[in-house]
Design a protein. Structure first.
Length: 492
């Protein structure tokens, strides 16, 4: 299979300010057939992403039909990808080529500076293992085109032939895909990178067969393994790093053109702010970055830019004004301007108010506590679902019995909300005993009584969105429907 060519020199007519960029504004939408994980389908998406990178095409991957014309202010849209908010409603995120490139360059700047890929200016060969229909998968391919552009290659730094990703992902499948890619990367003198979701990494790290051991040995040969899309368990990360696997956790979203925080620290050019922090420093996370989306396109032809604002940066002042609380909408927004000290130049940087609660340490390290909308208020006390999930995961009594958990708040006439959990159980476990099992285990821990789930629902698998993100809205609905006649939550 012949791969599409790499992008031309950015200084040429297809560069950011050349004819290619102008042509992209008026070009028809590239709308690939539904992705089916075959090599042929991946090739179609790779070609379309290549046109986005050269500035000669616009790619529509949105959840509803593409508009005939772009609204004012969105003319620079080069890529539209789906995302889901806290309500689970699909949205169309509009990204410019400048935002995509800023994200790629920020990753490369980090890899060049920290020694990961100094000799190639932070760029490398990418093995695509994620669907090219969401931002993480798109950026893997786009980074391979950027490698070609920066290093003057005539082809994107991707495996040839492209991998067939149909079928179950396990150790054997990973080795079959990774070994040829690593050989090609070595032949071309490029460091190899890939991106996984936590589920994929966990399967490779926790397997006990000879194939699993071989997969771990192969994974060690990658210069960088990005892991994102959902939280990765600390035990999994510790196991990876103990085996010298170059895993890098990423935090970001479609709205930030992918990961903008690596290993808890913002990428070059990215700034983090916790808005209106409480006594423990937890506040709504605000991200200022050149990688931000233009906003959302809506199915009725309109736009939504409510979570986005402009941040004024100036040399003359070092004060930062807090966003007005009255500007907050029912979703997430920040409409007031802030001022921060910038050493060399004045600038306007756009900001995005996320749905996440976060703490930012003095050294700049980010701790994401969870979505603000997911905080459970039970009897006047706040519960972060992730705290309960971690307690379940750490419990020695539940080890090898509870495989995974998801905690939600369900409306309750007495408590306002009650804490409930969905769990997947090991084979042979009795689903009817799930509630008693989890509650008994947590009572022996340091978990406060108000955080212990009133009920626990055994399910075959936890509901998820996209490429591994837990769907708490669906989990909450499922918990509500499990309250059958005659069944009552357990009291303390």
């Amino acid at each position: 299979m012949t791969l599409p060519p790499g992008p031309p020199d950015p200084s040429g007519p297809s560069g950011p300010s050349g004819a290619g960029a102008s042509a992209a504004r008026t070009a028809p939408w590239l709308i690939p057939p539904t992705y089916d994980a075959s090599a042929a389908s991946l090739t179609t998406h790779v070609r379309a992403i290549g046109e986005v990178m050269t500035g000669t095409g616009r790619l529509w991957l949105g959840p509803f039909p593409a508009p005939a014309a772009l609204p004012s202010g969105f003319e620079d849209t080069a890529l539209v990808v789906p995302t889901s908010g806290s309500t689970g409603t699909a949205k169309a995120v509009a990204l410019s080529r400048a935002a995509l490139r800023a994200s790629q360059e920020a990753t490369a700047a980090l890899f060049a500076a920290d020694g990961t890929a100094t000799g190639t200016r932070g760029h490398g060969f990418w093995l695509p293992l994620l669907p090219p229909t969401h931002i993480a998968g798109v950026q893997v391919i786009a980074r391979a085109y950027r490698t070609a552009e920066v290093l003057g290659l005539g082809y994107p730094a991707l495996p040839d032939p492209l991998p067939d990703l149909r079928g179950h992902f396990d150790a054997d499948a990973f080795v079959a895909l990774a070994e040829p890619a690593l050989a090609q990367a070595e032949q071309r003198g490029l460091p190899a990178f890939t991106s996984l979701v936590p589920t994929q990494l966990t399967r490779i790290l926790t397997g006990a067969t000879g194939a699993d051991a071989r997969a771990r040995s192969v994974l060690k040969r990658f210069a960088g393994v990005l892991v994102g899309g959902a939280a990765t368990g600390p035990e999994v990360l510790a196991a990876a790093r103990a085996q010298r696997i170059a895993v890098r956790t990423t935090y970001g979203s479609s709205e930030t053109a992918g990961g903008c925080v690596y290993d808890r620290f913002p990428l070059p050019g990215v700034r983090l702010h916790a808005r209106s922090p409480d006594a423990e420093g937890a506040g709504r996370l605000v991200i200022s970055s050149p990688t931000l989306a233009l906003g959302y396109l809506t199915a009725d032809g309109g736009i939504d830019t409510s979570p986005f604002s402009q941040t004024r940066q100036t040399r003359e002042t070092s004060e930062t004004s807090e966003p007005s609380e009255t500007s907050e909408t029912s979703e997430t927004s920040e409409t007031s301007e802030t001022s921060e000290t910038v050493q060399d130049s004045d600038a306007i940087m756009r900001s995005f108010t996320t749905s996440d609660l976060a703490q930012i340490a003095e050294d700049g390290a980010l701790t994401v506590l969870g979505r603000a909308d997911d905080v459970i208020n039970t009897g006047g006390r706040k519960v972060l679902p992730q705290d309960v999930e971690r307690a379940i995961d750490r419990s020695l009594m539940l080890r090898d019995l509870v495989l995974s958990s998801l905690v939600v708040g369900v409306e309750d006439p007495e408590w306002g909300q009650r804490v409930e959990a969905l769990v997947t159980l090991a084979e042979g476990s009795d689903p009817e005993e799930a509630t008693a099992l989890v509650r008994s285990a947590l009572r022996t821990s340091d978990v406060p009584a108000h955080m212990i789930p009133k009920r626990v629902h055994a399910v075959e698998q936890l509901p998820r969105l996209g490429i591994g993100k837990l769907d708490r809205a669906a989990a909450r609905r499922l918990a509500e429907t499990r309250l059958t006649e005659g069944q009552r939550p357990t009291g303390d």
